[in-house]
Design a protein around this ligand. Structure first.
Ligand code: TYM
Length: 341
């Protein structure tokens, strides 16, 4: 049985990286999998969030799922904090995962920065909550961008250690092969799994980047999008006609990949069309393509945000349906680990 789970944090502004690396891939998955799409508000508070903004951003992410074609009836859309079993399973996983595993997480190191002593304990335990998100639904497939790869490897390690530590109890609980949690498959392939900053081709595009110009927000208007691409860092050479010509040119490669992803072509095809041309010609073409692609989505999100009650009711309905699956899993987990019920 295949079940797909993915989540997005309601922090900062949704950007082109979130869209190409994750969100736009969600709707098509509905044809192949039972899908659950979560707004991970509990992950968001691992770094400080203004409470009013958090509520608004939670609705915005839910609206983005729907605006890109996720059907809230066919799939489940909900926010994490409304299904308390996420916190419960995360605690069990905190006791399965090893400190040494957490110490290897590069995202913690990046986010905590130099002053690690002052990072929240939640930020450190973040990957354990993420494993709980997925495994609470015994999710088998998880579409994410490249930056989440390490967290998904940890999710597999936690599932494996749990299955192994509690092998006898799991079999007693009726899971004869001893595998209670599946070993989740990450879905990270295709172009644009790692969109880079428009200011620095060695840094990923990120919600927390202090430079607003580094990042195309999903809600940016046409002028802003054109301006950001116009000012994007590039080199003085024209575009090459072959892929090898992008070696050592990370900014050029990034723009070509964005163009390819938005137009559903390969980077090779894009270079066949634009090879030999300078960025003076390529950037406006890219901006036009991005605007044509994103503006129907951002208007739909704005339209939905005008009726927050409607979004809240979709999320409540999703939480109810998610909660039933989650409770089913937790009944087994409580029994397996030896909690009285
Ligand atoms: P978050 O909110 O940082 O990002 C949401 C999704 O966008 C992808 N992404 C990118 N893809 C390509 N290029 C980029 N520059 C880029 N930046 C972000 C991310 O890979 C992600 O797929 N930990 C997760 C949220 C989460 C989750 C989960 C995901 C919590 N629980 C369970 C899957 C399953 C995160 O911080 O994503």
């Amino acid at each position: 049985h295949n079940r797909l789970f993915s989540g997005v944090q309601p922090t900062g502004d949704l950007h082109l990286g979130n869209y190409l690396g994750a969100i736009r891939r969600f709707a098509p998955m509905q044809d192949q999998f039972d899908c659950i799409f979560c707004v991970v508000d509990m992950h968001a508070i691992t770094v400080w969030q203004d409470p009013k903004a958090l509520r608004q951003k939670t609705r915005e992410v839910a609206a983005a799922y729907i605006a890109t074609g996720v059907d809230p009836k066919r799939s489940i859309i909900f926010n994490q904090s409304q299904v308390m079993q996420h916190a419960e399973l995360a605690w069990v996983f905190n006791c399965v995962a090893r400190i040494g595993w957490m110490n290897r997480m590069t995202q913690f190191k990046d986010k905590a920065g130099k002053n690690r002593e002052n990072a929240s304990l939640g930020l450190y335990a973040y990957p354990s909550l993420m494993a709980a998100d997925i495994l609470l639904y015994r999710g088998t497939h998880v579409p994410v961008g490249d930056d989440q790869k390490q967290h998904l490897e940890l999710t597999r390690d936690i599932a494996g250690k749990f299955n192994n530590d509690f092998k006898n109890e799991i079999i007693e609980e009726g899971f004869e092969d001893g595998d209670f949690f599946p070993i989740t498959e990450p879905l990270i392939s295709g172009p644009a799994m790692r969109i880079m900053s428009l200011r620095d081709g060695s840094k990923k595009m990120s919600k927390s980047d202090p430079s607003e110009m580094s990042c195309i927000a999903l809600m940016d208007d046409a002028d802003k999008i054109a301006q950001k691409f116009r000012k994007a860092k590039t080199d003085p050479e024209p575009l090459p006609s072959e892929l090898e010509g992008l070696e050592g040119r990370p900014e050029a490669r990034n723009l070509v990949e964005i163009y390819a992803a938005l137009s559903n072509q390969s980077s090779e095809d894009v270079l066949k069309e634009f090879g030999g041309q300078g960025f003076g010609a390529f950037k406006p073409a890219l901006a036009d393509l991005a605007v044509a692609h994103l503006s129907p989505i951002s208007s739909e999100i704005s339209r939905m945000l005008a009726d927050p009650d409607e979004i809240d009711s979709i999320l409540r309905d999703g939480a109810e349906r998610a909660g039933e699956i989650a409770e089913e899993t937790m009944k087994h987990v409580r029994q397996i680990v030896g909690f009285l019920s």
